[in-house]
Design a protein around this ligand. Structure first.
Ligand SMILES: Nc1nc2c(ncn2[C@@H]2O[C@H](COP(=O)(O)OP(=O)(O)OP(=O)(O)O)[C@@H](O)[C@H]2O)c(=O)[nH]1
Length: 362
């Protein structure tokens, strides 16, 4: 049987028209293919380059799909190919979003931490504090940036500024510290000077009675722990009243100073020489036995007796001849500072009583 079409010849598509429509369809398909390829390239570029996101795998999936596309002839083939990959693509995009959110949260934490630490470190410095707050604001501005590369560049700049601020602060603090330690040094020197001045006799510059009391006490205390012999010498200028009466107090003062110098020169370096008061001197001789101390006292007496003390007279040279009396004793078990000095004084008294210019050991 032969069936005829019910369509009239006018209804039949015009082959030229059909050809035109087919050409348009072909053009549309090419355009679609090209649009899809462009989107796939954008999708690849959108992926961050990170191992933990498996970006390389994602990119190769996209490339594979993009190469496969031209060979897919039917819509059905395309749908199947797309379904196969869409889950993987979506999973990657999800991973990347989560990653970015986590990094942002971490950045915020770090920034808060940095700002707090800086603010804490420099609480006392208002200007510095303000700088840190500004820095915190800058960090917040950076977070608002969408582009990770920009964030990186801006963060590097902020970190550089922070470093330079901290460096400046360090320098300022170090200068402050230097200036403070300089001041402390000056104060320490002044304290040392004052302490030393309190221990010196202003007229002669040798130790005063207070310093000698302290020294004797420390020696006696030390002797309780470990026995170590020492002796004490008490010296008085003979007939000193005459010097004052004949030449005046000023000359008297100069004679006292000269006598102090003679004692220091003639006695040993580690002997402790002090002005005890008036024209009286005490020397403490560590390590010296009574015999040795008596011998040294003899040398001193002799040296003074043989010295001409020059007088400050206007137009002519004049000299004074002086003598000294010396009492010597040594430290004995049970001695106190007072008992020791009293015995030395007794010895001196005996030397005076025996005619002066002599040494008595007791
Ligand atoms: N220039 C001066 N004289 C002082 C100082 N301290 C005490 N004198 C004087 O020293 C004199 C001591 O006189 P005395 O105690 O009689 O002793 P002295 O004349 O040395 O007689 P003897 O000790 O017995 O030899 C007094 O005239 C005091 O005024 C002082 O710092 N400077």
């Amino acid at each position: 049987m032969f069936f005829r079409s019910k369509r009239s010849p006018e209804d039949r598509p015009d082959p030229a028209e059909l050809e035109k429509r087919l050409a348009a369809l072909g053009d549309r398909e090419t355009a679609c293919q090209s649009a899809i390829q462009t989107l796939l390239v954008l999708l690849k570029n959108f992926a961050l380059e990170l191992d933990e996101l498996k970006s390389a795998d994602f990119r190769s999936q996209v490339t594979e799909f993009s190469e496969q596309l031209p060979g897919l002839e039917t819509g059905d083939q395309m749908r199947r190919a797309m379904n196969k990959r869409s889950q993987r693509f979506e999973a990657f995009i999800e991973r990347q979003n989560t990653y970015l959110l986590e990094r942002e949260a971490e950045l915020r934490k770090v920034i808060t931490l940095l700002s707090n630490a800086m603010a804490l470190l420099n609480r006392e410095n208002a200007a510095y504090h303000q700088q840190i707050l500004d820095q915190g604001t800058n960090f917040e501005r950076i977070i608002a940036l969408d582009d990770l590369r920009k964030i990186k560049t801006s963060l590097a700049e902020e970190v550089r500024q922070l470093k330079s601020m901290v460096e400046q602060k360090k320098q300022a603090e170090s200068q402050q510290l230097n200036s403070l330690s300089g001041q402390v040094e000056v104060l320490r020197d002044e304290l040392e000077k004052t302490r030393d001045e309190n221990r010196r006799d202003p007229l002669t510059g040798i130790f005063n009675r207070r310093a000698m009391d302290e020294y004797l006490t420390s020696l006696i205390d030390g002797n309780r722990i470990r026995r170590k012999s020492f002796s004490v010498l008490m010296l008085d200028i003979d007939n000193f009243k005459v010097v004052n009466d004949q030449h005046g107090h000023l000359v008297g003062d100069q004679v006292i100073s000269a006598m102090a110098g003679a004692c220091v020169d003639i006695l040993r370096e580690d002997d402790f020489v002090a002005r005890f008061g008036g024209e009286e001197f005490v020397a403490v001789m560590p390590g010296a036995s009574l015999r040795a101390a008596g011998k040294r006292a003899g040398n001193l007496r002799q040296a003074v007796a043989g010295t001409r003390f020059s007088l400050p007279v206007d137009d002519r040279e004049d000299y004074l001849h002086l003598t000294v009396s010396i009492g010597v004793t040594d430290f004995r078990a049970g001695d106190t500072r007072q008992s020791l000095l009293e015995r030395a004084d007794q010895a001196l008294y005996q030397a005076k009583a025996a005619g002066k210019n002599q040494v008595v050991t007791l």
